[in-house]
Design a protein around this ligand. Sequence first.
Ligand SMILES: [Mg+2]
Length: 426
Amino acid sequence: MSSIQRTRKLALVDCNSFYVSCERLFNPKIRRKPVVVLSNNDGCIISRSNEAKALGIKMGEPYFKAKDIIIKNKVEVFSSNYSLYGDLSRRVMRTLKRFNSEMEVYSIDEAFLDLSNFPDQDVEKIGKEIRETVLQWTGIPTSVGIAKTKTLSKIANHIAKKKISGITSLIGIENIDPILEKININDVWGVGKQLTKFYQKNGIYNAKQLKNKSNTWIKKSSNVLSSRTAMELRGIPCIGLETTTAKRKSCVVSRSFGKRIEKFQELKEAVVNYCLNASEKIRSESLVAKAITVFIRTSPFQRGFGYYSNSNAVDFPIATNNSIEIVKTAVSILDNIFKNGYQYQKAGVMLTGLCNDDGKKNLFSSEKDEIINNLMRSIDNTNYRYGRSTLSLASAGVQKKWNMKREYSSKIDTADFYSLPKIKAI
Ligand SMILES: [Mg+2]
């Protein structure tokens, strides 16, 4: 048996065209067609299938600009359905956890896995297994890039995306310069638009050129982060895995409305719903909030109507995650800042001063608190099992006129029993 080599080995698993893949999962008719997914309120293109990319549709392009190409080529268009994507993302991440590696969920469709415990010669096989398992268990195709550092595994993933096998390992390759030479500097992780411009001005056009630039020069002319990137390109790990997500300090839920809102009642329904989402979120992380801010505003771009924007914050007497108390406080703030005669475009709530809910009773807790805590727990459990908003507060409204514009939504929600995709028996 070969001895186990303990070089650091990181895999970046990235879902291919994630939102499009989620839509395709329940709609086999669009498997081979060009597909795009739009951002909130159907603004821009934020996910493209390979067929859509081949048509020249650009990432981030406003929908109206691409409309000609879309109509001409019968591209399938979807409004974003974050409830569906969030649920499938959790399934993918849960599957990845089964591989028993240290793991960092980096974004909704990407995770780093530490494969250092496997022998060098086995990692490609493990990567293949990861890919096949995720595909089999969730139906989502992924690409896997494996290398010694995060920055290099991002590059490996970039290469894997273009391969049918969907996997690239840079482990055990003596000289990776010929590979890095083909990677544009703006495709290197952590190199944004500004930095790209700066590097190009200084003759650095690809990853190899940055790798071979002296640290002294990089540090002097840029910053420490840039020199970390260069070190990582040399195979020296500088950016660690963030396995335990640092607990957040605040929780914001805000959205632009699909259409302008004038009535207090409608605005109130929106704010109540945001409160319910935010309080459910902090309860799921065992946090309590010390204060709440509510804000509302009209569109700054709407001609002929006055602009109005206001917000207010209130401290809770005792830090809380109780939906009823949070909603009550938010509605009284809204009552204070709401002005008649405006067309509101956006509202939001922010829970701040988040800290751990130690569950300890304090001087002021009563039997009533206990009952409310139990009530909150059963609401969360019921909603978790039977779909979001199965149980809610009456003030949250039923019609939800203020909901986002989602003209092309697939209306599938795997987290909601009544919106599950229907399967026809043949
Ligand atoms: Mg992706």
